[in-house]
Design a protein around this ligand. Structure first.
Ligand SMILES: Cc1cc2nc3c(=O)[nH]c(=O)nc-3n(C[C@H](O)[C@H](O)[C@H](O)COP(=O)(O)OP(=O)(O)OC[C@H]3O[C@@H](n4cnc5c(N)ncnc54)[C@H](O)[C@@H]3O)c2cc1C
Length: 161
């Protein structure tokens, strides 16, 4: 393309990708924060999260920061591990009631056909506005044309990302 346009080619810095963790490791391993710091480089801070980002920076979490669990004091290590457990407990608690609610509401506000990006976004938006919805998906998975597969320990994007 650069040759066609008669412009100098862009120089791309090679990216050294972080080794992905297994789903279990993501919930328990402190390596999670090393991967998080790597990924944050590609996720600009939303202005609404500036204060939060500054706060977590004080414990070594931030875009491109090195994170070495082996240099943490036992207290810090314990606090990080407890934080992960607390977070997953909160997530489990917030998912459980919505599943229970969607199982058998007497009257549902909206029926959504298709659990692709549009469908799941509609369900989320309705839920945030206090509306109930039932999502009907023909396949055995959500995501539609966005689909991530795991191959040889690597995530493969087979559709829109
Ligand atoms: C290879 C590839 C790369 C792409 N890259 C990009 C990109 O980089 N950027 C970008 O913006 N977009 C990209 N796209 C497009 C993007 O993925 C789609 O526009 C988007 O995912 C469509 O979402 P959707 O919810 O409208 O539809 P879909 O994802 O198609 O979801 C529709 C869902 O409805 C279900 N369904 C259909 N009929 C019924 C029925 N009768 N009953 C129950 N369920 C039903 C289907 O099973 C499906 O899960 C890409 C697409 C592909 C295939």
């Amino acid at each position: 393309m650069s040759e066609f346009l008669g412009k100098p080619a862009k120089v791309h810095t090679p990216i050294e990708f972080a080794t992905p963790l297994t789903p279990d490791e993501q919930k328990t391993s402190l390596e999670f924060f090393r991967v998080l710091n790597f990924l944050l480089q590609f996720a600009p801070t939303d202005p609404s999260e500036t204060a939060l980002v500054a706060r977590v920076a004080t414990i070594g979490i931030g875009a491109g920061k090195p994170f070495d669990p082996d240099v943490l004091t036992p207290q810090m290590r314990g606090a990080f591990e407890q934080g992960m457990r607390d977070a997953w407990a909160l997530i489990a608690a917030s998912v459980a009631p919505s599943r229970a609610a969607s199982a058998a509401p007497a009257i549902t506000d909206v029926a959504i056909i298709g659990g692709g990006f549009a469908g799941v976004t509609a369900a989320r938006e309705l839920s945030m506005r206090g509306r109930s919805s039932v999502l009907l998906e023909a396949r055995d998975r959500l995501g539609g044309r966005t689909h991530t597969m795991e191959h040889d320990g690597h995530a493969l994007e087979l559709g829109g990302t």
